[in-house]
Design a protein around this ligand. Structure first.
Ligand SMILES: Cc1ncc(C[n+]2csc(CCOP(=O)(O)OP(=O)(O)O)c2C)c(N)n1
Length: 287
């Protein structure tokens, strides 16, 4: 990847990360850790790999995204706003009564959101259905599915994976966001997943594992996956819950913190300020 393209993706990631923290600070609470861990994959998808048209969100030939770990909606909303699907000001209506940005994605409310999610596990099945329908219509659109490592505790995910592998669905890319933590602890302590690579390979997936916080590595893995025809495709994103803000990475419970004390508000505001600096620096480098 050219250095300029890398910087542009890093800039988009920095803006999305900044927006996530800023909107949750404004709201006073929200799903922080699992939104921050998927920032880079969101930036690579909307900055390069996922076909979309912000002016025509229902464009027939668009690629689809199913964010099965729907609680990470703020990361999706941020990248949609940055790409121009709606005004950035709308981010600050997150979770308000009557908002078009509910805490979990709703395809009837938000431009650019194609599937409603939030009940963990179900997005794996709906993504498989969407990709099946697109293939039957002769579309060359991709469906991308993002699943959490805690979410994989749901048996429904594995039923869907069996279906996807059985039908050798090469128009769907499964991302597992392996941030190693879930709502109330470490995934390995709650339900040991053992080795995702071996597991997905044994299901029949062409499986790669990459640093999910590295836009170049994520982009290369998607490009590589698209070259594998006639195989189910999986990319395991090795990520950090709360990624990109040291204080959040180290927070004991960073799933959905409340910003309800002066200290926590200051931590979040400091993060927004630091991320704004990062955005400014990257903007200068890209110019
Ligand atoms: C069926 C279902 N059960 C429980 C929940 C509550 N819940 C929301 S997020 C979460 C943890 C998910 O962990 P993970 O997939 O690892 O998400 P991440 O750590 O990436 O945020 C749980 C149990 C839910 N949304 N759906």
């Amino acid at each position: 990847m050219e250095e300029k393209e890398q910087k542009e993706l890093e800039l988009l990631a920095a803006k999305v990360r900044r927006d996530v923290v800023e909107m949750l600070l404004h709201r006073g609470y929200g799903h922080l850790g699992g939104s921050l861990s998927i920032v880079e994959v969101m930036a690579v998808l909307y900055g390069k790999q996922l076909k979309h048209d912000p002016k025509n969100p229902k464009w027939e030939d668009r690629d689809r995204l199913v964010l099965s770990k729907g609680h990470a909606g703020p990361a999706w909303y941020s990248v949609l706003a940055e790409r121009g699907f709606f005004d950035r000001d709308m981010l600050f209506t997150l979770n308000d009564g009557g908002t078009n940005l509910p805490s979990h994605p709703d395809r009837t409310k938000t431009p650019g959101v194609d599937m409603t999610t939030g009940s963990l596990g179900q997005g794996c099945s709906t993504a498989a259905g969407i990709a099946t329908a697109l293939a039957k219509k002769g579309s060359d659109a991709y469906t991308y599915l993002i699943v959490g490592d805690g979410e994989l505790n749901e048996g429904q995910c594995w039923e869907a994976f069996q279906y996807i592998a059985n039908y050798k669905m090469d128009n769907l890319i499964v991302f597992i966001d392996d941030n190693k933590r879930q709502l109330d602890g470490w995934t390995k302590d709650i339900m040991n997943p053992f080795d995702y690579v071996a597991k997905m390979q044994s299901f029949g997936f062409y499986t790669q594992k990459v640093n999910g916080q590295d836009v170049v590595a994520v982009d290369a893995a998607i490009t590589e996956a698209k070259q594998h025809k006639g195989e189910a495709l999986c990319i395991i994103l090795d990520t950090v819950k709360g990624a990109g803000v040291k204080a959040f990475e180290e927070m004991e419970s960073n799933h959905a913190p409340k910003f309800n004390t002066p200290e926590l508000k200051k931590t979040a505001q400091d993060a927004v300020d630091a991320l704004n600096e990062q955005v400014k620096k990257l903007e200068e480098e890209v110019a």
